[in-house]
Design a protein around this ligand. Structure first.
Ligand SMILES: Nc1nc2c(c(=O)[nH]1)N[C@H]1C(S)=C(S)[C@@H](COP(=O)(O)OP(=O)(O)OC[C@H]3O[C@@H](n4cnc5c(=O)[nH]c(N)nc54)[C@H](O)[C@@H]3O)O[C@H]1N2
Ligand SMILES: Nc1nc2c(c(=O)[nH]1)N[C@H]1C(S)=C(S)[C@@H](COP(=O)(O)OP(=O)(O)OC[C@H]3O[C@@H](n4cnc5c(=O)[nH]c(N)nc54)[C@H](O)[C@@H]3O)O[C@H]1N2
Ligand code: SF4
Ligand SMILES: [Mo]
Length: 728
């Protein structure tokens, strides 16, 4: 990785010192870092970080049965040889004293639990008996999985083998779903995960509420530094001067909820001044004339009144962006569920990219190459399943929105069991009340986790999984510029009585009479058989951690790879016939959103560079660095409320919901006066988490209201308003 010390320092600034440090690394190991020196006393075991979904490849350095360091794998496309501060802290999870050590049965009530430690046999028999009963009464589709982690692979297999397709993830309806659907409708492809932004080659980046650096997508942060050092221009729409906004040519402190006005005005200028890629638009898009008609009145002056962004800046950005085309990347938040009209905002972002001709072009959006990982050979086919609970016309995946509704009402069919795997549904889905109401309707609630979590008190049974550094999972695929497969192998045996999911699901399968779907002896055999079926060497994969297939890469359109789009028209759909047929606006249309009432602020939240959601708040090393979140407030409003930095406050929202814990104030002119901001993940209520409990405030607690996107069921969260109450 050719990143200079200067770049490294810049990267550090952007991410809050994110790349430095390991976890209590001894001198001798520190000198080995980055070298992968063959030394008999240090074993290098391949893995992929699971502290966030980016899954950077790494090696665990093991000596005397202990992991002593984690090193970024230099071949990794996701990490480019580095780990971020969170990834470096992975041992804080493995050796965390608060880990779940044995299966637990709740002998009290949901919400008011009494825990009894039980054997795996008792826990698994309990779950299997309940599932058999539920399936016989209500059918297999009444069993739902909510999953956000790589080990979810085994649980999905279990559910499919039982005959249920009800597999949910907070990372769809509560995260990236609106963006994915917006791009899919326009280009016939979403942006993927990791996203196909060709950042390192980009000459112009427009970030719409995307605070890369604080959201620490490892390779993208590194690519950003490369792009900026090559002179790429950067415009950031954000009501807050984020770390990346502080590096921008244009910081546009947009009035929250009005981005679509700015985006439509950009389109207006691009069309009016003929700044678009004429060949691309003519040959590969449909609906240009209708688009031009639709944005005819969306002038920069109109947008200025809506958004507070000067008309002159909008015009300037449209021109500068166009001068860089097609090496332009207009990026909306990965977290895309804001105000309930989120698919349309993301459609507008996609349309800007289409006008710049940046899809499939260098410096725009590269074409992802893939490789398929076959299933374990000889598995029986899955039984036919009822249609899953998507609930909305363009929901690509089942939505937690539809899941809660079906669980509460039984409509369109009853849901009676939830298996919550590697997620924290109390912190991740707005309206905690509604989530709890749904859980109380269940006949079975299972939590599979490594640490106690906020939803654990609502479980009937808790199954302790071992961490990513103690287990095999299925092979990982890079659907990126270069397709690749990677290996996760255990560096150490599972600690305590924790177990890997391949084992838990196999044992449940046996008890449920579907053992034919679980023929493997163990995780290693599973992975080895899959390698065999792919004709790749397990030993090579173990040694390198990743095998890349550069001969299959084809990242840009060109003479041998002409533009093609997987939409009904086969072209980029500026005008979406699919939306029109379903009765939605076929072209993005601006909607006004309510503003905060007198005395209230809009509550905004986002990522902290040194934490992943609530996952890491109880990692001692990260907690020591950043123990609590802070509430950003503008000096003018702080003065009115007689607040100074360091004061503690509680928040009360429009529905009268008060934050359970106090939060520290940060007075700063880096935020607009009409909103307050705090990073997400804190305000953890699990008393068993000695470092996390009671620190900071939870945004989700105050997100008691949400606005559903009718197109795909996303839960717009930024529609909540808060008042500030000074502590004491
Ligand atoms: N209010 C609010 N809600 C949000 C967001 C927000 O900013 N604010 N963000 C949204 C976004 S972007 C997303 S993606 C979702 C994420 O929401 P979730 O997927 O629900 O959340 P995570 O915080 O990733 O899940 C954390 C849990 O996974 C456990 N865990 C970690 N690793 C493992 C493992 O290997 N095995 C098992 N079994 N458990 C493990 C942790 O101990 C922790 O309890 O939330 C969404 N919801
Ligand atoms: N360190 C770290 N990195 C992460 C994660 C993590 O937990 N920790 N989580 C990962 C996941 S799953 C996701 S989805 C991504 C999310 O990363 P992003 O997609 O970047 O989303 P958020 O973190 O929600 O970022 C919110 C930004 O939007 C701004 N904002 C708020 N309201 C508005 C508005 O109305 N208009 C505009 N233009 N901006 C607004 C906020 O001020 C903030 O800067 O991060 C990923 N990366
Ligand atoms: S970005 Fe950081 S936390 Fe996420 S997978 Fe990579 S190293 Fe781990
Ligand atoms: Mo997310």
């Amino acid at each position: 990785m050719g990143i200079s010390r200067r770049d490294f320092l810049k990267f550090g600034l952007l991410t809050g010192g994110l790349l430095t440090g390991g976890y209590k690394i001894s001198e001798s190991v520190a000198s080995l870092r980055g070298s992968k020196v063959a030394s008999p006393q240090y074993k290098y075991v391949p893995n992929l970080c699971e502290v966030c979904f980016w899954n950077c490849n790494l090696f665990a350095v093991v000596t005397n049965g202990k992991i002593v360091a984690l090193e970024g794998n230099p071949l990794s496309q996701r990490g480019r040889g580095m780990l971020c501060g969170r990834g470096n802290a992975g041992m804080s999870l493995v050796y965390n004293p608060d880990r779940l050590k044995k299966p637990l049965l709740n002998t009290g009530k949901r919400g008011d639990p009494k825990w009894r430690e039980v054997s795996w046999d008792e826990a698994l028999n309990f779950v299997a008996d309940k599932l058999k009963d539920i399936i016989s009464k209500y059918g297999p589709e009444s069993v739902a999985l909510i999953s956000h982690g790589s080990g979810g692979f085994w649980w999905k297999h279990l559910l499919n083998a039982l005959g249920s397709d009800n597999i949910f993830a907070p990372s769809f309806a509560n995260c990236r779903g609106a963006r994915d659907v917006g791009f899919l409708l326009t280009f016939g492809s979403d942006c993927g995960s990791p996203e196909n932004y060709d950042i390192e080659n980009s000459k112009f980046l427009l970030l719409v509420g995307y605070h890369i650096g604080e959201n620490a997508h490892n390779s993208h942060v590194q690519e950003f530094m490369i792009a900026l050092s090559k002179g790429a221009k950067l415009a950031v729409l954000d009501p807050r001067l984020s770390n990346i906004a502080s590096k921008a040519n244009w910081w546009l402190p947009v009035k929250p909820g009005t981005d679509l006005a700015v985006l439509l005005a950009l389109i207006h200028v691009i069309i009016k001044e003929e700044l678009y890629d004429k060949d691309f638009v003519k040959n590969y898009t449909v609906g240009f004339d209708k688009l031009a008609e639709a944005v005819k009145d969306c002038t920069p002056e109109w947008a200025e009144k809506e958004s507070d962004i000067p008309a002159s800046a909008i015009v300037e950005i449209a021109r500068e962006m166009s001068a860089c085309k097609p090496a332009v990347c207009a990026i909306g938040g990965r977290f895309s569920v804001w105000y309930g009209d989120d698919v349309q905002r993301n459609r507008a972002i996609a349309i800007i990219n289409a006008l710049m001709g940046s899809w499939g072009r260098k410096g725009g959006f590269y074409l992802r190459a893939s490789i398929s990982v076959p299933k374990y050979p000889g598995l029986p086919p899955y039984p036919e399943a009822k249609p899953p609970l998507t609930g909305y016309p363009f929901a690509l995946l089942p939505t937690t929105t539809a899941l809660r509704k079906a669980t509460i009402t039984g409509d369109p069919y009853p849901v009676k069991a939830w298996i919550a795997y590697s997620c924290n549904i109390i912190q991740a889905i707005p309206s905690i009340q509604e989530t709890i109401e749904a859980i109380h309707k269940l006949d079975l609630m299972v939590v599979v986790d490594i640490l106690p979590s906020c939803h654990m008190p609502y479980a009937d049974v808790v199954l302790p999984e071992c961490s990513y550094l103690e287990r095999y999972d299925n092979l990982f695929v890079d659907r990126m510029k270069v397709p690749a497969v990677s290996l996760r192998a255990p560096a150490i045996e599972p600690l305590f009585e924790s177990r890997p999911s391949w084992w838990i699901c196999k044992e449940l399968g046996r008890r449920l009479g579907i053992e034919a779907y679980f023929p493997w002896k163990d995780g290693e055999e599973y992975v080895k058989k899959v390698c065999e079926a792919m004709n790749i060497s397990f030993d090579e994969l173990y040694e390198k951690g990743i095998i890349l297939f550069p001969e299959r890469a084809n990242p840009y359109f060109g003479p041998n790879n002409p533009p093609h789009f997987d939409t009904p028209s086969g072209k980029v759909e500026l005008y979406s016939s699919q939306l029109a047929e379903a009765g939605f606006d076929p072209l993005p249309k601006y909607t006004k959103h309510p503003e905060p009432p007198e005395g209230f602020f809009r509550l905004l939240s986002g990522r902290h560079p040194l934490h992943t959601f609530s996952r890491t708040i109880n990692y001692p090393i990260l907690n020591e660095l950043v123990p609590e979140n802070e509430l950003w407030i503008h000096p003018k409003r702080a003065k009115e409320l007689n607040l100074k930095s360091g004061d503690y406050v509680r928040l009360i929202n429009q529905d009268g919901v008060k934050s359970s814990f106090k939060v520290k104030v940060k007075v700063t002119n880096r935020i607009r006066p009409d909103c307050v901001y705090m990073p997400h993940g804190w305000g953890v209520k699990a008393k068993e988490l000695r470092w996390a409990y009671g620190k900071g405030a939870s945004d989700n607690e105050l997100y008691s209201t949400y606005k559903v996107d009718p197109i795909m069921g996303g839960t717009g969260m930024r529609v909540n308003f808060v008042k500030i109450l000074k502590e004491g």
